[in-house]
Design a protein around this ligand. Structure first.
Ligand code: TTP
Ligand code: MN
Ligand code: MN
Ligand code: MN
Length: 362
């Protein structure tokens, strides 16, 4: 009779690309702890553990409910003994020492241009603060991030992102009216705050995208709002197969910018610390210019989250024998590239249900 069969509990996939993860995190207490540990393992180059904690955090982020007791995690994937020990809080002292070490590491990596490697090098040299670094004679290269450190270490709000969008859109339209400009990164996923604002920029006509990017940079310079520009020319070569590793940078022309944003351009006010009465702030902006025939792959790759991207690639490789990166999708069985005009095409090639950008906060 009806009602006698228990409602099947939806199983949670081990792949972030088969889960829908909004910005609402019901398990922040645990995911924060897992991320502290993941970062610490990353610094100490214990890759397996690092990934395990990132995956566990990502699974908990996707749950529409809050984990109250350990038993509730029984049927969840990616939660091994180590993660369960943290949930049970049997390792508070370990977490504490990791937190101390991390506060130094993340202080350093919070400087734009400083990655895990540099931060770890400084830490091993016994450097613990910015003053240590700036006064240490062995440090000869000072990343540009020190320039506007106070500003760019402060979160960017949605209103600020929108204001920047208007500025960039205006610059783009003035040069190429039919250009394609798209918001990517965290703000496309519906985050309220970000560490930067990311855009994809291209032209309907193949091969004009790099010149457009250069013209936009030039225009921003003449408007005196370009505070810093790290430009990287395209190194795209489609003879290469897609990269097996995700962490590798892609080959599109791109620039990592610091722009000057005026308070008057922002609806409401700038994100500022108390007592700061300046009329502007510095903001980090990334502009990426893929050729139009790579647009869908670039959009998917730059929309994140990082864990979502990692799992898309892992799923493609392990479950479909396909290689996915920011440029292309390659079928190892058919030995051919699979074309895509939209993100939906890529999900379809992979045999995955489409996941909206705001459901990719894995
Ligand atoms: P980020 O801007 O670093 O991250 P985010 O926008 O998700 O979050 P935040 O608010 O901190 O800015 O990168 C956006 C996405 O682009 C991310 O999923 C990783 C991807 N990416 C690349 O594919 N290649 C790159 O070289 C970089 C820097 C990022
Ligand atoms: Mn971003
Ligand atoms: Mn970015
Ligand atoms: Mn590649």
């Amino acid at each position: 009779p009806e009602g006698s069969t228990p409602t099947p509990v939806a199983t949670v996939s081990q792949y972030a690309c088969k889960r829908r993860t909004t910005t609402q995190n019901n398990n922040k207490i645990f995911t924060d702890a897992f991320e502290v540990l993941a970062e610490s393992y990353e610094f100490n180059e214990i890759e397996g553990r690092c990934l395990a904690f990132r995956r566990a955090a990502s699974v908990l982020k996707s749950l529409p409910w809050a984990v109250q007791r350990l038993e509730a995690t029984q049927d969840l994937p990616c939660l091994g003994g180590h993660t369960k020990a943290v949930i049970q809080d049997t390792e508070p002292s370990k977490l504490c020492s990791f937190r101390r070490q991390r506060s130094c590491h993340s202080l350093f990596t919070s400087v734009f241009g400083v990655g895990v490697k540099t931060a770890e090098k400084w830490y091993r040299r016994g450097l613990r603060s910015f003053r240590d670094i700036l006064t240490n004679s062995h440090v000869v290269f000072f990343p540009a991030g020190f320039l506007h450190y106070g500003d760019i270490s402060r979160a960017v709000s949605e209103a600020e992102a929108r204001a920047l969008g208007n500025i960039i859109d205006e610059a783009v339209r003035a040069i190429t009216p039919d250009a394609v400009l798209a918001l990517t990164g965290g703000f496309r996923r519906g985050k309220e705050f970000g560490h930067d604002v990311d855009y994809l920029l291209t032209t309907p006509e193949l091969g004009k995208e790099e010149a457009l990017l250069l013209s936009v940079i030039d225009r921003l310079k003449h408007q005196s709002i370009l505070l810093y520009c790290d430009y990287q020319a395209s190194t795209l070569d489609m003879d290469q197969l897609p990269c097996r590793r995700f962490e590798a940078m892609d080959h599109f022309a791109k620039c990592f910018l610091i722009l000057r944003l005026e308070a008057g351009q922002v609806e409401g006010d700038l994100q500022r610390v108390e007592g700061d009465s300046r009329s502007w702030r510095a903001v980090r902006v990334d502009l990426v210019s893929p050729p139009i025939d790579h647009y869908a792959f670039a959009l998917l790759g730059w929309s994140g989250s990082r864990q979502f991207e990692r799992d898309l690639r892992r799923f493609a490789r392990l479950e479909r024998k396909m290689l996915l990166d920011n440029h292309a999708l390659y079928d190892l069985t058919k030995k051919e590239f699979l074309e895509a005009k939209t993100e939906k095409d890529i999900f379809a090639h992979l045999g995955l249900e489409y996941i909206e950008p705001w459901q990719r906060n894995a």
